[in-house]
Design a binder for this molecule. Structure first.
Ligand code: GTP
Length: 362
């Protein structure tokens, strides 16, 4: 079965991490963010993936290739204008020489999950559904769009940002769907269509079902705090992943050609060619890319430091994201969910905090 993955968005909330690369191509721990989804799809029996691209499609292709290393085959389609979640699906069907097929999977491209997609596909078949959504519970239902279902899983309706008195469920859509071809007929061609707002409501009572997976790990990686949560959860093993499985008994995975004179505290991952000088501490919860230089006395904790970054002597990186080739001056402090953009230089002794975002041309 094929899966269409929506990857056309600009990822604005994750800027400047996504200023130069589309979100799915940005590194998460030790591989592109999309790699986690491809590994999950392959584990659930998906053999072919169609990337529905818009923003920077070439960078996407470069990061993911033909899919061989993930155990599946990837093809790419690119919208000239964003067509929305429904329009992108219809466009992908039109672009493929043999269409999407009679039954297929559709996923939002920015979820990290281990939910039971194979079980959802099986349930979809048994129910004879037109469309089956996967649902996951949330702790605070008031700020989400909620889905009401019957005991046998038929979707009864949607509650968008409900009033507290209306809340009678904690289930939200996980952004993974199994669809019959007939759903494509409900999407008008050539214009932007939201599948959530325009198609699902039309299908209520017409074969729209949902499967709730209360045990699954699920996270939408849309914001810096959720990118850091994803990093922490992969490192701690809260979500099953190939990246997490690489950690040794100390909770460490250290790439080739690293020079480590300082202290490493697990769980942490270091890419190839990193240097950690004497007196520096990396971890816990540190994900370093390739060729990261950590100078004497610096400390990196609960943070993502991408390829080619330099962290100056005595600097402190805590709960922060450093995009590729960022350089942090000596004794600077970068913390509190701040994001330093690609190649940005932070002055010695500077304090960057409170969710600040530093762009290259600021
Ligand atoms: P923000 O700009 O930060 O909201 O992020 P985003 O661009 O990823 O948008 P959002 O989180 O709303 O999108 C959910 C998923 O759908 C992401 O994987 C997007 O790439 C994808 N997506 C959203 N709109 C489109 C579209 O018009 N076309 C395609 N192909 N994908 C889309």
């Amino acid at each position: 079965m094929r899966a269409v993955i929506l990857v056309g968005g600009e990822g604005t909330r994750l800027r400047p991490l996504t200023s130069e690369l589309p979100k799915p191509a940005v590194k998460l721990v030790d591989r592109p963010m999309m790699a986690y989804m491809l590994e999950w799809l392959a584990t659930n029996g998906i053999a072919e993936v169609v990337m529905a691209c818009g923003f920077k499609p070439d960078a996407m292709r470069e990061a993911l290739g033909d899919g061989g290393r993930f155990g599946l085959q990837i093809s790419y389609v690119t919208e000239d204008e964003p067509l929305g979640t429904g329009g992108a699906l219809r466009f992908a069907d039109e672009q493929l020489p043999d269409g999407l097929g009679e039954r297929f999977v559709m996923c939002n491209g920015d979820i990290l999950t281990d939910l039971d997609l194979a079980g959802q596909i099986k349930r979809h078949r048994e129910l004879g559904a037109q469309a089956t959504l996967s649902l996951v519970p949330v702790a605070d239902p008031s700020s989400f769009g909620l889905v009401r279902i019957s005991d046998d899983g038929e979707v009864l309706g949607f509650l968008e940002k409900p009033d507290p008195s209306e809340i009678d469920t904690d289930l939200i859509s996980a952004g993974a769907y199994v669809l019959e071809r007939s759903v494509l007929d409900l999407i008008e061609p050539g214009r932007a269509v939201s599948i959530e707002r325009e198609v699902w409501p039309e299908l209520v009572g017409e074969g729209l079902y949902a499967v709730a997976d209360r045990d699954a790990y699920w996270l939408d990686i849309g914001t810096p705090d959720r990118y850091l949560k994803a990093t922490a959860d992969i490192l701690s093993g809260s979500v099953t992943s190939e990246a997490g499985a690489r950690l040794d008994e100390r909770g460490l995975a250290v790439g080739e050609g690293c020079t480590i004179e300082g202290t490493l505290v697990g769980p942490s991952v270091l890419g190839d060619g990193c240097t950690v000088a004497a007196g520096a501490t990396v971890g816990p919860g540190a994900a370093l890319g390739d060729r990261v230089e950590v100078e004497a006395g610096a400390s990196i904790e609960a943070s993502a430091v991408l390829d080619d970054c330099r962290v100056g002597a005595g600097a402190l990186i805590h709960d922060a994201i450093l995009s590729p080739a960022a350089a942090i001056g000596a004794d600077a402090r970068v913390s509190e969910l701040s994001v330093v953009g690609p190649r940005v230089q932070v002055a010695p002794g500077a304090a960057v905090g409170a969710g600040e975002k530093l762009f290259a041309d600021d």
